[in-house]
Design a binder for this molecule. Structure first.
Ligand SMILES: Cc1cc2nc3c(=O)[nH]c(=O)nc-3n(C[C@H](O)[C@H](O)[C@H](O)COP(=O)(O)OP(=O)(O)OC[C@H]3O[C@@H](n4cnc5c(N)ncnc54)[C@H](O)[C@@H]3O)c2cc1C
Ligand SMILES: NC(=O)c1ccc[n+]([C@@H]2O[C@H](COP(=O)([O-])OP(=O)(O)OC[C@H]3O[C@@H](n4cnc5c(N)ncnc54)[C@H](O)[C@@H]3O)[C@@H](O)[C@H]2O)c1
Length: 479
């Protein structure tokens, strides 16, 4: 058995683990990063970047197909699936290459390859023949797709997850997608626009991460128009029939049976904690044997173990994983002098068309917390700039505190939601009042003017005694 002693062991070399490593290095050189898979991170290899590359190709196809509405004839749009996937993979490999370069720059003694698990407090076994004695441990093992029981056995290689999509060398003819969460929405709309026959199977009418009933309803209507979407699919059953996947489901009392090349499981992801031997780590676990970390320190209880990224599973997004990694790595490095760190305002974006964004904890969380709030909204059907671009669909709702006038958050499905979401998240983090936001500059004609309409309505509802006058539409047409 080879043995090594370090101050900090980081398990997982994804976005969270790499950031944790760099932060810990600022305090000690006795650091090791242990990874059981290929370097390159989920984000670059099979997550954020290749999914956005696929969406970019889909948007290009859609723009060509829709050019007619501007009076521009684009004849004979042909999608070359092999070329689409080649660009996705080549650009993806370029992004992965930057990560690999960074890891190659690390000293060899800082890297171990193999699956790590606790065998005792402070002691990790890596594979079968290496033992690491670690003063502190950062767990940054990421997450994996959930597979409903029996699906793998029933479908074999015809059951796929996001990772498989990005190794395709051509587009398939048809894919059923289970789960209308973030991954299901992004990938099914992209594949649909690229000419793949899809069926998106939702559950209970959910649409992505949205929780405001009015925005969910708007989003459901938009996606039902945009692609074959069954938001209330029930009794979903998948089986193999020859080479095809047969999917049976019911919706609204109607039984359906359809055949596809693949079934893509996008029904959620679970933190990779199961095989870590956490019961030997000497840390507190809940009744499901899951550890919980303080979001401001990364620390599990008052232990020597820190948790970061998707493994912490509270906000499984890239920028949160990087922040988690910094906080956990820095605190593991300067342990026992563990410091509280500020967290950024919450922001989530879904890269569909129209895009979805949530700022703050969201409508459901405000309700659950018993927070009193008022709502302002704008529908984009008649919003000037959105109409100019023929993207005039969607609903944006903003929330404000009637006592303090503070802005509390927003949910939206609308054009340019990625940009509106950022503006609003920055305002939230700066504790701005709705009045301050309304008094900020808004250029004409922009999609932001739609946001201003919602904020003005919210302001009137927050301060009914001093209503803001309605603006005349002929002064600034289409705002
Ligand atoms: C399809 C898809 C699209 C996405 N798009 C976006 C997006 O647009 N924007 C966004 O913000 N987020 C997006 N995300 C989420 C984002 O990718 C993740 O939140 C982020 O990559 C998580 O980083 P991580 O470091 O926690 O995990 P990872 O990058 O997965 O790293 C975990 C590492 O741990 C290793 N490991 C696991 N178990 C062990 C073990 N026992 N021993 C040693 N090593 C181990 C793994 O090999 C892996 O290298 C997307 C995710 C997916 C799947
Ligand atoms: N744009 C982005 O930032 C982005 C993109 C992709 C992924 N991600 C991250 O990855 C995480 C995981 O994404 P995801 O889409 O796998 O999970 P998700 O939690 O977003 O959605 C899962 C969906 O599947 C549904 N579901 C569960 N079981 C089902 C079943 N048996 N049949 C049909 N539907 C079922 C759920 O109701 C839910 O709507 C996201 O939460 C997000 O943090 C982010």
């Amino acid at each position: 058995m080879k043995r090594m002693e370090v101050d900090v062991a980081v398990i997982g070399a994804g976005s969270a683990g790499m950031t944790a490593y760099r932060a810990a290095l600022a305090h000690t050189d006795r650091v090791v990063v242990i990874d059981s898979g290929a370097y390159g991170t989920t984000c670059a290899r099979v997550g954020c970047m290749p999914s956005k590359l696929l969406i970019a190709a889909a948007d290009a196809a859609h723009a060509a197909q829709e050019a007619g509405r501007f009076g521009i004839a684009v004849d004979g749009v042909r999608i070359d699936g092999a070329a689409v996937m080649r660009r996705v993979r080549e650009e993806r490999d370029r992004f992965v290459g930057f990560v690999l370069e960074a890891v190659q720059g690390w000293p060899e003694e800082h890297k171990l390859h193999g699956a790590a698990r606790f065998v005792a407090p402070h002691r990790l076994r890596v594979g079968e023949d290496i033992e690491v004695e670690a003063g502190r441990v950062v767990i940054a093992t990421g997450s994996s797709p959930v597979l409903p029981p029996g699906w793998r056995e029933a479908l074999g290689a015809r059951l796929i997850v996001n990772d498989d999509v990005f190794s395709w060398t051509d587009l398939p003819r048809s894919v059923a997608v289970a789960g209308a969460g973030v991954i299901g929405l992004e990938l099914s709309q992209a594949l649909h626009r690229l000419g793949v026959r899809v069926r998106l199977l939702g559950r209970g009418g959910n649409v992505g991460p949205l929780s405001d009933p009015a925005v969910v309803e708007a989003a459901r209507a938009i996606f039902c128009d945009a692609l074959p979407f069954a938001p209330y699919a029930e009794d979903v059953h998948a089986s193999l029939e020859g080479d095809a996947v047969r999917v049976d489901f019911s919706e609204g009392g109607t039984q359906r049976s359809e055949h596809f090349d693949f079934l893509l499981a996008a029904v959620g992801r679970r933190a990779n904690l199961k095989d870590l031997g956490l019961q030997h780590a000497g840390i507190g676990l809940d009744e499901f044997s899951v550890p919980h970390a303080d979001r401001h320190t990364g620390r599990i209880g008052d232990s020597y173990v820190f948790l970061a990224g998707d493994a912490a599973s509270d906000v499984p997004l890239l920028h949160e994983a990087a922040d988690d990694g910094f906080i956990a790595g820095d605190n593991a490095g300067c342990y026992p002098d563990v410091r509280q760190r500020m967290r950024r305002a919450r922001l989530g974006i879904v890269f569909t068309d129209p895009q979805i964004a949530i700022v703050g904890a969201g409508h459901a969380a405000l309700k659950e917390a018993g927070t009193r709030f008022e709502v302002g909204e704008v529908n984009f059907d008649d919003q000037g700039r959105s109409r100019v671009m023929a993207q005039n669909r969607g609903l944006l709702r903003v929330y404000g505190d009637p006592d303090s006038g503070l802005f509390l958050g927003a949910e939206m499905i609308c054009p340019a939601a990625e940009h509106l979401g950022h503006l609003l998240a920055w305002a939230l983090q700066q504790h701005q009042t709705v009045r301050q936001m309304v008094d900020s500059p808004f250029y004409h004609p922009t999609v932001e003017e739609g946001l201003r309409s919602a904020l003005r309505q919210l302001l009137r509802r927050l301060k009914p005694a001093r209503p803001d006058p309605e603006r005349c539409k002929d002064c600034t047409p289409g705002t």
